[in-house]
Every structure is written in structure tokens, then in C-alpha cells.
Ligand binder design. Structure first.
Ligand code: SF4
Length: 386
């Protein structure tokens, strides 16, 4: 059993629920006044009582975010290399059993280059390469080629692909890969087994260990998350936060960030079991910021423009913009190819850039390294709080 699995086993669902459900307003106020917050404190911040203290949580979340990241929001965009997938994740449009008949393609080198050129022209320096789980169509050799090409154009390249072995991550990092995103989707084993029916992804423990393998292999940015809607968000996000904190300790050379993908549009055959409301998502982000003050928080175009804008001052550190979830969707195939999911924020990168500026933040095209360096010398007391 891995070290993290052992940590996780100390927090069965019932224990987390008891803490969340038993929390009072006095507990919330105590946690708000605490500096270093424990997992028990996080459970308190997920409670209904904490829902009555969102304003106080927002003030503290904003203070912590500005302390660690300044007034900057990094911009990135996804580049889908392939929509071929041999796995059956019942919530996903790419699933081999989704019933979708739209075109599936894997981009060749020339098309990858064309897509990269278009994204560079829009200002991006930070790119996320994605594929389905199809080693027969996108083997590690292909991923290596994709990373190498993308590095010709972008200083920061991350991947969100199927789980790999340590040496494969090492190979990609050797080619200049900077970041790895692996969402566990749900940490609840029973739910996990119910929605991941085919493919290597159905191996819970192999998936759970992937992000740490990537960190040990040299990935400098590690990004985790749960697919909100699959299981009770309070419990699942509690486990995800434990994972993030575990990674901060074990992969201390890497920065750890969290994403908040929320299920909204799903294939017809899937029913979202635990819908998460806007207010709950806000509470989740605020609580996590108070528990993980140094973690980056990514908000994707899955969310609507107005809602994304509201999240800017509440802990967000990275936003995607101008996204297409179709391979070749930027220059080559338009809307001909199968998309993974519908995006909500269809604004152009320039419009998102301006929205961030309008909120009083600096949009940053690369990532936080430079921005962080720039603000890290500011004395604590002089950091502005809006
Ligand atoms: S979530 Fe990933 S592995 Fe699962 S069906 Fe979709 S693309 Fe394939």
C-alpha cells in the first residue's frame, strides 16, 4: 500500500461526514482565526455552518492568495492531440462506448505545429496537451513527439493524458515537459468503479499513484482535482485536499495546484449523481484556499463567463481561455471532430485577458514563476487587500 493510500484510509467517509455535519458556527469562527489549518479544520470549512461565513472566508482567501501569488492570474489553453479513447468513463464524451459518431482523429506532427502556431499568435505561452486513453493510437512515443513539438513554441508545456509509469514521465520531462495534470475524478472507490468501466483507468490504485510518479520523475507542476458531481463534493474534495497536501510534502520540488472541473454537460446515458451549485463551488474554493494557501487554483472554461469573473478574486490563480475541446479545433478541423465536453466560456483570449484586467488583476501569459518572483519581495504588511 502506498503512503498516500495509508493516509487516505485513516479518513473513511463516515469520519469526514461526522466532522462536516457536526461543525458549529463557533467551530467555523475558531478555524477562521487559526493560521495553520488541519484536515479537521478543513472539514469544518466544508460545513453548512461555514456556508454562513462565506464573506469572512472570502476575505481570508483573498488575503492568502494575494500574499502568495500577488494580483496575477496565469493564462493557459488546452490543445487536444487526439480524441481516440479505448476507455469507458461513463460521464465522458470521448468514451469508446459514448455512442458518439462524430469524427475521431489523432493529429499528425504538421497539424500539431499549425495548432501551436495559432495559439502562439493568440499570446499563449502555457499549453496543456490532452489525449484520451488510447496507447494504441497515442503511445508514449507519440506523446514524446507532441511534447517536443510543443516545446518549440511554448516555454511551458503540460500534459493531461492517461496514467504513465515513472520512466515514461522521466522521458517526457527530459524533453522539456513541465507539468502533469491527473484528476482522480473521484477518490471514492465504489463510485470510481461504477463510472470507470473499461481501460487502464479502471485501476484505481494505478491512477492514484500517477501524479506522484510524475513528481518523482521531475514534473515541476502537479495538478490534481475531482470531477465535481460524481460524489459528495465535501467528502471527495476533502480527500483531494489531503492528496494535494501529501504531494506538497513528498514532491516538494514541484508546485501543486488544484482544478475544479464541474460536471455540467454529460452524455445522454449519464446522470450526474451529486450536482454542485455555484454557491457550493465558491465555498469549496474558499475552504481549500484556507487549507492550501500555496496551491495554484485553476478555473477552466467549463464555467460560465460571469461566474468565472466572480471567482477571480476568490483564490483563482490560473484560467484557461479561448478553449476548444476538439483535436484540430483551433485551425484545422473547426467543429468537425468530436469534442470532449461543451465549454461555457466562449470568450476570446483577449476578452478573458481584459476581464482579468478589469477585475484589477494582471493576466500573465507564461506562469507564476516570473510573477511570483516579482511580488515575493514585497513586505507582508504592504500587500494590498481589496
Ligand atoms: S475521461 Fe479520459 S480516459 Fe475516460 S473516456 Fe474520457 S478521454 Fe477516455
Amino acid at each position: 500500500m502506498t503512503e498516500f493510500l495509508q493516509e487516505l484510509s485513516a479518513w473513511p467517509e463516515e469520519r469526514v461526514r461526522t466532522l462536516v455535519e457536526g461543525a458549529t458556527l463557533a467551530d467555523v469562527d475558531r478555524v477562521l482565526a487559526t493560521a495553520d489549518r488541519s484536515p479537521e479544520d478543513l472539514a469544518v470549512l466544508f460545513s453548512e455552518a461555514a456556508g454562513q461565513r462565506l464573506e469572512a472566508m472570502a476575505r481570508e482567501a483573498q488575503r492568502l492568495t494575494r500574499w502568495h501569488f500577488g494580483r496575477t492570474i496565469g493564462l493557459y489553453t488546452p490543445l487536444y492531440l487526439s480524441n481516440v479513447c479505448g476507455a469507458d468513463c461513463t460521464y465522458c464524451g470521448y468514451s469508446i462506448k459514448s455512442g458518439n459518431t462524430e469524427r475521431r482523429v489523432t493529429l499528425d506532427a504538421e497539424t500539431i505545429r499549425r495548432e501551436c502556431e495559432a495559439l502562439v499568435a493568440r499570446g499563449f505561452q502555457n499549453i496543456l496537451l490532452l489525449t484520451g486513453e488510447a496507447p494504441y493510437a497515442v503511445p508514449v512515443d507519440y506523446l514524446a513527439q507532441g511534447v517536443a513539438i510543443a516545446r518549440e513554441y511554448f516555454p511551458s508545456v503540460s500534459v493531461e493524458v492517461y496514467s504513465l509509469d515513472g520512466p515514461d514521465y522521466e522521458r517526457l520531462c527530459g524533453l522539456g515537459l513541465e507539468g502533469v495534470t491527473i484528476y482522480m475524478e473521484t477518490y471514492d472507490r465504489e463510485t470510481y468503479g461504477r463510472v470507470h468501466l473499461l481501460g487502464a483507468k479502471s485501476d484505481y490504485e494505478y491512477r492514484l499513484g500517477a501524479i506522484e510518479r510524475a513528481g518523482n520523475a521531475g514534473a515541476r507542476k502537479l495538478n490534481v482535482g475531482v470531477l465535481l458531481g460524481l460524489h459528495d463534493w465535501r467528502v471527495d474534495s476533502f480527500w483531494c485536499a489531503l492528496h494535494a497536501r501529501h504531494l506538497q510534502r513528498t514532491c516538494w520540488q514541484s508546485s501543486v495546484s488544484v482544478s475544479f472541473p464541474r460536471l455540467q454537460h454529460v452524455p445522454e446515458r449519464f446522470h450526474i449523481p451529486d450536482l454542485v451549485s455555484d454557491r457550493e463551488l465558491v465555498q469549496l474554493m474558499l475552504a481549500l484556499r484556507l487549507f492550501l494557501p500555496e496551491a495554484g487554483f485553476n478555473v477552466s472554461t467549463r464555467e460560465a463567463p460571469e461566474f468565472r469573473d466572480r471567482l477571480i478574486p476568490l483564490g483563482t490563480t490560473m484560467m484557461s481561455a479561448g478553449s476548444s475541446t476538439r483535436p484540430g479545433g483551433y485551425t484545422t478541423y473547426g467543429e468537425e471532430t468530436l469534442q470532449q465536453f461543451e465549454i461555457e466560456d466562449r470568450r476570446t483570449p483577449a476578452e478573458v485577458f481584459n476581464a482579468i484586467k478589469g477585475a484589477g488583476y494582471d493576466p500573465v501569459w507564461k506562469d507564476f514563476d516570473r510573477a511570483f518572483d516579482a511580488v515575493s519581495t514585497e513586505p507582508a504588511g504592504e500587500l494590498p487587500v481589496r
